[in-house]
Design a protein around this ligand. Structure first.
Ligand SMILES: Cc1ncc(COP(=O)(O)O)c(C=O)c1O
Length: 396
């Protein structure tokens, strides 16, 4: 069981059933966590927040004092983040940027572009000449670098070192570096290299990835000022009380930074910053038996919190018992210890947890799902079946 802080629990219990489900964000916890992350990192390492993990304006603003900037991956994110946290440095990445998105980013004065292909570079070069002719536009080349077989634990979602639509093939390095260093693009300035190779890595894995990226980048033989080693710090949904070991990671990065005094190292985590501050709260509508198992159907489901469906885990949760049962009909209750927690969708994939430890769970009890602050609401297919949207509460 993963218990929410008292303020979150009190808010969940104070809401009438008609105001559930609801996302409750603990901004106090978010600030504390972000401060700890920042304190564990060497001063010379820059921390950008990957807004795709959770772009709620309150979340972006709460992270403000602890991050050096924000990574955005679409024109929509760019406009949204610029509105929510005006004046903060932005890095614009993502495959398939449209000319309109690039133009808007240039007009807005975005500091850095993560270039994903030769075509991306040509479009940026041509538009920079027209839109931003006075000061050079910063470029980091994103490379899809190979990592040694078996470097990643089984749970990692890898997007580097194998065929993917992300970044440049390392074999293209000489051809892509040439026009950036021979005066072909006077309006672009090569700042460095970017690589986001996997999600779900623990600190030793992340360190080995960071070392390989820096080693590869510095061997290119061109002067570089920056290396962005990406995000992907693990969040363990099966062990919700554990945290990525930022201290060990920070110590390793400090050694790397000392070995390369000419480089600014940058990280861009999303999930490991915001997952822990979000809670998805709902109530049990029904409890039933099916072929030897028990299921509780809750208000809402994976159309609000898709994370367990996409990652294949049981979303950690806790039950807040509600004694009141205001209805004249009998109250359904679980007989066993473990209950599947399903949502209201007409698909067997709508499972928030296959086996939650919830002995005696009854209709009317509240269930609060933890680790719902990243890749949760914003990656879910909200309109499927046209159920009402959840409420949103920002505490602290
Ligand atoms: C380019 C890039 N940077 C950063 C991130 C953030 O990764 P995570 O949320 O796993 O830290 C992602 C996620 O997909 C990404 O694609």
């Amino acid at each position: 069981m993963t218990l929410p802080a008292p303020a979150v629990r009190d808010r969940v219990l104070s809401l009438p059933p008609t105001e559930l489900p609801a996302y409750v964000y603990d901004l106090t916890a978010l600030r504390e966590h972000a401060a700890q992350v920042r304190a564990a990192l060497p001063e010379r390492v820059e921390l950008y927040y990957a807004a795709k993990a959770n772009p709620e304006p309150e979340i972006l603003a709460a992270l403000g004092p602890y991050v050096d900037g924000y990574e955005v991956s679409s024109g929509g994110e760019l406009a949204h983040v610029a509105r929510a946290v005006p004046g903060r440095p932005l890095a614009f990445g993502g495959p398939g940027k449209t000319p309109d998105e690039i133009r808007a980013a240039l007009e807005q004065g975005v500091e850095r572009f993560h270039v994903e292909s030769a075509h991306d570079l040509r479009v940026l070069g041509a538009l920079a000449r027209r839109v931003a002719p006075t000061s050079p536009v910063g470029v980091l080349l994103r490379f899809n670098l190979a990592v040694a077989d078996g470097s990643f634990a089984g749970g990692a979602l890898t997007m580097g070192g194998r065929p993917t639509p992300f970044g440049l093939d390392p074999a293209q390095a000489p051809d892509i570096l040439r026009p950036l260093t021979d005066g072909t693009y006077p309006h672009l300035e090569l700042l460095g290299v970017h690589a986001h190779l996997a999600s779900g890595l623990d600190a030793p894995e992340q360190l080995s990835v960071a070392r390989s990226i820096v080693e590869w980048a510095t061997a290119l033989g061109v002067p570089l000022a920056e290396v962005n080693v990406g995000g992907g710090m693990a969040v363990d949904y099966a062990r919700p009380d554990t945290r990525f070991d930022w201290k060990t990671y920070g110590e390793g990065l400090a050694e790397l930074a000392t070995a390369h005094p000419e480089l600014t190292l940058r990280l861009e985590p999303g999930r490991a910053l915001t997952a822990y501050c979000g809670w998805y709260a709902t109530e049990v509508l029904d409890v039933k038996h099916s072929h030897g198992e028990e299921f509780a159907v809750v208000r809402g489901g994976t159309h609000h919190l898709r994370t367990p469906a996409t990652k294949g885990h049981d979303q950690p949760c806790s039950v807040l018992a509600v004694e009141e049962w205001p209805y004249p009909w009998p109250r359904p209750a679980a007989e066993g210890e473990y209950v599947g927690l399903a949502g209201q969708l007409c698909t067997p994939k709508d499972l928030l947890a296959r086996a939650a430890h919830a002995p005696g769970l009854r209709a009317g009890d509240r269930v609060v799902f933890a680790l719902a602050g990243a890749y949760a609401w914003n990656i879910s297919h909200h309109d499927f079946l046209m159920h009402p949207r959840p409420g949103f509460h920002f505490l602290g």
